[in-house]
Design a protein around this ligand. Structure first.
Ligand SMILES: NC(=O)c1ccc[n+]([C@@H]2O[C@H](COP(=O)([O-])OP(=O)(O)OC[C@H]3O[C@@H](n4cnc5c(N)ncnc54)[C@H](O)[C@@H]3O)[C@@H](O)[C@H]2O)c1
Length: 343
């Protein structure tokens, strides 16, 4: 059922008409007809912007957001990650509200600047860390916060999926534009959820990846926070169950990362049961619909953003620390020839 937008619709620019715009934002914006009516698409690739405008019945598109600055109240920044900071800073300092894609920025310093600029200008900076809306993850957060399971003792989080995202620009693997690899990209959600569950930034113990200086496809991070240890394993090269588990003093909770409508709960008795979770969001695009509706109402001052930019600083800082401390996995199949050749 459409959400009520009891506000004059803002003029929004969707900056970047790539894969996330097509699969997430535009279907969501199409369910807010009064917002869609005034929407301006922005993409330097004119053919792409035109195709998205045709597909979603958007009346206007421009190749450069500067051409729309006089008209827009707000913008969705759905650009390659290296552009989040410069474009958002330009918008925020001009008093334009921003909903920025994840990761908010390539470093915590840049993300902090964005948060400060929004504060100074008195505008909204929201971040699309949409997994915070997963009913499963919200339930885990509640169970940890209300003490039902006691204190968390160990967190395990695994994501193994061969990279198949239909990127339009291919920026993820472009050394000029990439903001590193899987940890900054897929890990943005994972580390954000972990910081959110724990209520703070963990202390890094070990960070390893398969990078030879550029983007990494496999990463492993171990951490500790207030008596709880944790391990995250991420891979773009192999497929393994995308699974999380939080073991606590008096029970445990686990689940498939993408089954956001149920969890497996084990309480003191040791018996594990599946808990179905009531949620309005049945599809991924329902989550986008809520994020966009929330942004529109936040711009109108009617709601706080679900994930304000400031809320993701911990996880971005932790990601920076993981990269700064990272060592390469032992990769003997590469190292042995070097030894043999006396290098
Ligand atoms: N929240 C999530 O789960 C999620 C999922 C996928 C992608 N993302 C994020 O969304 C952002 C975009 O990713 P994508 O996969 O849609 O990328 P993409 O490669 O599919 O599309 C990027 C688009 O930006 C356009 N572009 C590049 N530079 C531009 C410029 N200077 N001005 C105007 N347009 C420009 C390109 O022409 C392209 O159409 C990334 O930051 C990514 O991390 C988030």
């Amino acid at each position: 059922m459409p959400e009520h937008l009891s506000t004059k619709p803002p003029t929004i620019a969707c900056i970047g008409c790539g894969a996330i715009a097509e699969r997430y934002y535009l279907p969501a914006l199409a369910r807010h007809p009064s917002v869609l009516e005034k929407l301006i698409l922005v993409d330097r690739d004119d053919a792409r912007a035109r195709a998205m405008a045709d597909q979603f019945n958007v009346k206007r598109w421009v190749p450069d957001y500067h051409a729309a600055l006089d008209e827009i109240d707000a913008a969705i920044v759905a650009l390659p990650t290296n552009l989040h900071h410069p474009v958002s800073m330009d918008l925020l300092t001009r008093g334009v509200h921003v909903l920025c894609e994840k990761p908010l920025a390539e470093s915590a310093d840049k993300a902090r600047e964005m948060v400060e600029a929004a504060g100074k200008a008195g505008v909204v900076l929201a971040a699309n860390y949409q997994q915070r809306l997963f009913a499963s993850f919200i339930k885990v957060k509640q169970l940890l916060d209300d003490g039902t399971l006691g204190k968390p003792r160990a967190i395990t989080y695994r994501v193994g999926e061969v990279f198949a995202w239909p990127t339009v620009s291919g920026f993820y693997f472009n050394a000029q534009t990439s903001a590193r690899g899987i940890l900054r990209d897929r890990g943005a959600h994972v580390l954000d959820i972990i910081c959110w569950w724990l209520g703070g930034k963990p202390t890094l113990i070990v960070s390893q990846n398969d990078s030879f200086g550029g983007s990494e496809a496999v990463a492993c991070v171990q951490f500790e926070h207030d008596g709880c240890t944790g391990e995250v394993k991420l891979s773009w090269l192999s497929k393994f169950p995308c699974w999380y588990e939080v073991a606590c003093e008096r029970g445990a909770v686990e689940g498939d990362v993408y089954d956001y409508r149920s969890i497996l709960l084990q309480t003191g008795s040791g018996r594990q049961r599946r808990l179905a979770l009531p949620t309005r969001e049945k599809l991924y695009t329902d989550i986008a619909y809520r994020i966009v509706g929330n942004f529109v109402r936040a711009v109108a001052g009617q709601e706080a953003p679900i994930v304000p930019g400031a809320d993701v600083l911990n996880s971005i800082e932790f990601t920076d620390e993981c990269y700064a401390a990272a060592t390469r996995f032992d990769l003997p199949w590469y190292d042995i020839p070097e030894v043999q050749h006396g290098r």
